[in-house]
Design a protein around this ligand. Structure first.
Ligand code: NAI
Ligand code: HPV
Length: 387
């Protein structure tokens, strides 16, 4: 029986996929965790933990290195909420252009003005005028699952679209409309864009990427959209640029005390993926990936361990070894099995950066003795008997 704990509300459509060998529990020593944006950094990881499933894209709320060192495989669900975010980004583009938020707030103040309302509306509306997006230039930073969708829709709305992503995947390149222009540098994109939208993960290399120096490269009155993570923008520099009018509007899905106090900021309470469709897509994908790992040892969409698929085990036994990506691991593992007279029926060894994974089907029953031999190999961080 696998014990699974949820740290956020996960859509029932996903949780209901779990079969009888799974139990949802609220205790510490679990085999798997499912979560959305819950911050796990201060949490102690139980020794029982094998996998973490992030029903969503961003994994900056999960201590990835700590998980890797304990052999905990962290999954996310690439693309599963991208359409939900794309739709809100398009709303954000319009909110950044026309003063819809200010206008709606003002219209609400006209309550109880009776027959005067239509006259007051006509007299007051010019305070809330704003430009159209058609014909303007949108700069999309990060052309992954979300960035590509945003770029393509913006193009179909009549915008000129520039994209910047030095690490673009082949799939994203295929999916991008041919009329999206490629920027060779961030500065080139920033110099031409009337609107800038951020669709990169928050990692060391992207932290504070929109700072004073980059804002200086931008056009006057630029409008910036951040539906990725607060930490991508240097907030003091942004506050200065908003106060001076260099940046006309900042729309963020990640408000905090600082941004809430800045003028010309539109704060949305992290609603990008909060649609029933995205919530279900993410939950279903996260649960399926978690179950395939727990039941079969297969890895799909992990951010810290390599992809690996040996299907369902038809041999007598299957053993999974999470280990460091260093020399002699395969020979040490296979020697340990051979020394116990265990014959290997099938095996895969894959690596991803510093970490590797070996999945082995064997023709005998796996005993505790064998597991202990494998655990004793230097560099091995977890051994799991799948069957
Ligand atoms: N507001 C919300 O509710 C949501 C926010 N997000 C945020 O959006 C981010 C992007 O999500 P996806 O598009 O699904 O991820 P993704 O992984 O498909 O795309 C990210 C893209 O950023 C690119 N990239 C990485 N470093 C870069 C750099 N320095 N400069 C330019 N491009 C760079 C990558 O090559 C990749 O193509 C997530 O990491 C998350 O932080 C994601 C989903 C929901
Ligand atoms: O998937 C992501 O990166 C998101 O930001 C969505 O977060 P959420 O699942 O809505 O808490």
């Amino acid at each position: 029986m696998f014990k699974i704990k949820t740290l956020n509300k996960i859509a029932a459509e996903g949780l209901n996929l779990m079969e009888d060998n799974y139990q949802l529990v609220d205790e510490e020593n679990v085999d798997g965790i499912l979560l959305r944006s819950y911050k796990m950094h201060d949490m102690d990881l139980p020794d029982t933990l094998d996998a973490v499933g992030r029903a969503g894209a961003g994994v900056n709320n999960i201590p990835i290195d700590k998980c890797s060192e304990k052999g905990v495989v962290v999954f996310n669900t690439p693309g599963a909420n991208a359409n939900g975010v794309k739709e809100l980004v398009i709303a954000g583009l319009l909110l950044a252009s026309r003063d819809i938020v200010g206008a709606v707030k003002w219209a609400d103040t006209l309550c109880e003005k009776g027959d005067e309302v239509p006259k007051m509306v006509e007299a007051g509306k010019s305070n809330f005028a704003g430009p159209e997006i058609k014909g303007k230039t949108l700069g999309v930073i990060g052309l992954g699952a979300i960035g590509v969708l945003v770029a393509n829709v913006a193009k179909s709305l009549g915008m000129k679209v520039l994209g910047y992503d030095p690490f673009i995947s082949i799939d994203s390149a295929w999916n991008l409309s041919r009329s999206i222009r490629k920027s060779d540098s961030l500065e080139d994109l920033l110099a031409q864009a009337d609107y800038v939208t951020l669709h990169v993960p928050l990692i060391d290399a992207t932290k504070g990427m929109i700072n004073k120096e980059k804002i200086e490269c931008m056009k006057d009155q630029v409008r910036i959209l951040n539906f990725s993570r607060a930490g991508l923008c240097h907030e003091d520099d942004l506050a200065e640029a908003l106060a001076s009018g260099k940046v006309a509007r900042y729309v963020t899905d990640f408000p905090n005390e600082k941004t809430l106090h800045m003028s010309n900021v539109i704060c949305i309470p992290h609603l990008g993926a909060s649609t029933p469709e995205s919530e279900v897509n993410c939950a279903v994908m996260a649960v399926r990936q978690l179950m395939d790992y727990m039941d079969n040892g297969n890895i799909t969409n992990s951010v810290n361990y390599p992809a690996c698929d040996m299907g369902v085990c038809h041999a007598t036994g299957r053993i999974a070894v999470n280990h460091k990506n260093v020399p002699y691991m395969v020979s040490n593992i296979t020697k340990a099995l051979a020394d116990k007279n265990i014959n290997i029926a099938d095996m895969i060894n894959k690596s991803k950066k510093d970490w590797a994974y070996t999945l082995i089907d064997v023709e005998s029953t796996i005993t505790d003795d064998i597991v202990n031999e494998l655990k004793a190999i230097e560099g091995v961080v977890k051994v799991r008997v799948i069957k």
